[in-house]
Write a protein that binds this ligand. Sequence first.
Ligand code: BG6
Length: 478
Amino acid sequence: MKDKDFLIGGALSAQQSEGAYDMDGCCDSISDHLTSMTKEKSRLLTKSINDEYYYPSHMGIDFYHRFKEDIQLFNELGINALRISISWARIFPHGDERKPNKAALDHYMNLIDECLYYGIEPVVTICHNDMPYALSETYNGWASKEVIKYYVRYAETLFQHFKSKVKYWITFNEINGAMLEGVGLFMTGCFKDCGDIFDIHTIEDNPQLRMQALHNMLTASSRAIICGKKICRDYQFGCMLLAYVSYPYTCHPKDSIAVLQNETLFMDYCADVMIKGKYSELACNYLKKMNIRLDITVEEMKIIKKGTVDFYSFSYYSSSTTSALNVVETIRGNLIGGGKNPYLDQTEWGWVMDPDGLYYFLLKTYSKYQIPMMIVENGLGANDIIEDDGRVKDDYRVKYIDAHLNAVQKALDDGIDLLGYLMWGIIDIVSSSTGEMSKRYGVIYVDMDDYGNGSLKRCKKDSFQWYKERVKSFRNIS
Ligand code: BG6
């Protein structure tokens, strides 16, 4: 593939698509302990797998067995990139083994080869909000520095194995999720002290533990990058952040200051470490104010300085408003909510739709960090209806994606070094926040309901043909 081909395609994660959670020597991941829930009720984590609950990741959409059929459909769309994630628990079932599971490496080799066969560039996430369950049980997840060693062993295995086949790597998905109170402990696998069954969104926060775990992840990311670059100089590494876009609710200066403060913390804390190789003074001051004392060694800071990323990748779904006086009605969003915006509509799940926010984020972030950027998640979760004739008339999805692609085009026209746009859930997969199947993102419909009933048959939605044409316009193919 030429260096400058714009990457246009789709994105998935292992735990939301693969299923086959206990096959070929795989052990359970944290995500295999998450129950299915609804818009109104958030997911529970049960420490033992309990017959009373349905665990959607166990079946996913059976991508593990059907990837050939699915990639053929992706090829029909004409896409040239697919973001996948590798399940750590398939490669190292308990996380701390010395030798990888060969069957799992073979599986991913087949999957990657299948992509390459069709000229689809794989963009690989090493860790997508997940880890072998045993690591969280034994080590309290990222709370322990031991886990850094296991992550690097896992990453190195992938780098050696897929050398010359994969160019783009993402070390952690939405690593800044660890900044969030409560749920950040779930994101870092630190829930040893929680009860046998708990709601992942209402964990009692422990900022000291959470921020230490985040530091351990940041160190692991840098160590993996250093190791990867030694194995293959052409490897390109990305940080992956959940984009926070919020507008001041009024022109009161305090509203603007509140937005800036949130952004500095939620976005730049991690970005500065991963891109500039250091904790900013604002970050250090924040830790001090919070009375958090991180265990950071001089050696780790050297690693962080050296193991910086090549590109800034991010997920973007929605925006919010911020009012210093908290006078605004609140809305939900991707892990972070905020204030309602009277100018913007919301999805059925209450996420605000704001294509301008994507352009705004690209402009702001590119001028700040000046490194290539990649949109690795964006899409609309909707309750699609399949008609009697088998059609899914998802014009709302076309409208959403089209507007966001216009923002992408505008950014490209401005000269922003944007590597690609990967639509989230190009095929319907299990929702991460609720575990529902009915929150669908794909241009390909999968016949399965929220409880795993259905034929799993794939069919093209109306948006399929439209995306195919739109992909052409980005690839300059007529
Ligand atoms: C991102 C995650 O936070 O948002 C994905 O990286 C997730 O895994 C996506 O699926 C959309 O969220 P949801 O909850 O609608 O699936």
